[in-house]
Design a protein around this ligand. Structure first.
Ligand SMILES: Cc1cc2nc3c(=O)[nH]c(=O)nc-3n(C[C@H](O)[C@H](O)[C@H](O)COP(=O)(O)O)c2cc1C
Ligand SMILES: Nc1ncnc2c1ncn2[C@@H]1O[C@H](COP(=O)(O)OP(=O)(O)O)[C@@H](O)[C@H]1O
Length: 312
């Protein structure tokens, strides 16, 4: 998959293409279905498939008051799109210029100019252009003028629930990790570089790798989670604590993971944790001894969970 960070480079390829448009935050089952359907349609038409998406979330500009929006880090988004067999990825920053571009002009200038567009695919509720005035109906109207086919994917539902990024965010904010996983089609993941923490963990007998996390990625409800951790391509069982360590009066939110059967110095290295079940809320303990006893019990519960559900 070739990646372009501006629309101009791809127009120089002069290829016949099909373009699928979307923010694709989370790359959930609905997004995956849309991109897969699009790639199959491109193959049928004998054209190259293009995903046109953003490296940030448009609502970070349109609704700056919203915090912790992103379901997926951009690096993972790229990997997930590549897995779907896409030929070209246009990954651009949603900025003031894009935000103020009229929908019709967006289609003409960003999509049609310089490319031979044979197909455009979008989800049923896709909005674009200034004041989100662009929608599938407008794309339908313009398809006659520009001579492309339009594919509009109807809502994807799982067990009666519509798959959407906002539904997944809501589940994560409520700590409903299994429900989020059902809509995502995979466990919810957090990736990041490991930084130094309070250096207390190893004294407790539970060293924890502490993540540097961007504030956009902190929408998960604090608590103790059963997790799996990927380090250098290998998966380990782990427990992840998201919270403020009330026993130690920490003020900033941290995400930290204790990896079972692991003993390596990994400061500065990259880890990904997949949260698979939620055990409990974080609690304040009057002594370190009490905290350690509760963590012992958490580990026992996590082992039971792995035994029943997720052997490595
Ligand atoms: C499985 C697990 C459960 C935890 N539960 C709590 C908790 O309920 N309350 C709390 O204050 N800290 C909890 N912690 C966080 C510990 O306080 C934290 O790991 C310890 O202070 C070490 O921090 P450090 O990595 O910054 O040195 C938990 C940690 C783990 C790994
Ligand atoms: N089983 C393990 N799980 C997590 N980190 C481990 C483990 N074994 C060793 N480490 C290392 O120890 C560090 C955590 O130790 P800790 O005392 O909690 O320090 P810190 O407060 O800096 O996180 C991790 O960042 C990692 O480098």
């Amino acid at each position: 998959m070739l990646i372009f960070d501006s629309i101009h480079e791809i127009t120089e390829l002069h290829r016949e293409v099909g373009i699928v448009l979307g923010t694709f935050d989370g790359l959930h089952i609905g997004h995956k279905t849309l991109i897969e359907t699009h790639v199959a349609a491109c193959k049928r038409l004998g054209v190259k498939s293009v995903v046109f998406t953003y490296s940030n979330h448009p609502r970070e500009l349109t609704n700056p008051e919203l915090k912790s929006l992103r379901l997926i880090a951009v690096e993972e988004k790229i990997l997930r799109i590549e897995e779907l067999g896409v030929d070209y990825l246009v990954l651009i920053e949603f900025d003031e210029t894009l935000m103020s571009t009229e929908a019709e002009r967006f289609v003409g200038k960003y999509l049609i100019d310089g490319m031979d567009v044979r197909l455009i695919s979008v989800g049923f509720d896709f909005k674009f252009g200034r004041r989100a005035a662009g929608n599938p109906a407008l794309l339908q109207k313009l398809s006659k003028q520009y001579g492309y086919e339009l594919l509009v994917l109807e809502p994807v539902e799982i067990e009666g629930e519509k798959v959407s990024s906002s539904a997944i965010r809501k589940h994560l904010r409520h700590g409903e990790i299994k429900e989020a996983q059902r809509l995502l089609g995979r466990p919810y993941a957090v990736s990041g570089i490991i930084k130094k923490g309070k250096q207390l963990g190893r004294q407790l007998g539970y060293p924890t790798a502490n993540f540097m996390i961007s504030s956009q990625m902190t929408l998960i409800k604090p608590g103790v989670y059963v997790s799996e951790t990927e380090y250098q391509g290998v998966r380990y069982h782990s427990l992840t604590n998201v919270g403020y360590n009330p026993t130690f009066n920490q003020h900033e939110l941290s995400i930290e993971t204790y990896i079972l059967d692991f003993n390596k110095e990994i400061y500065g290295e990259m880890l990904t944790v997949f949260l698979v079940d939620r055990l409990r809320d974080e609690a304040h303990f009057n002594s370190v001894q009490e905290l350690v006893e509760v963590i012992d019990a958490d580990v026992a519960k996590a082992k039971r969970f792995y035994f029943d559900h997720r052997p490595l």
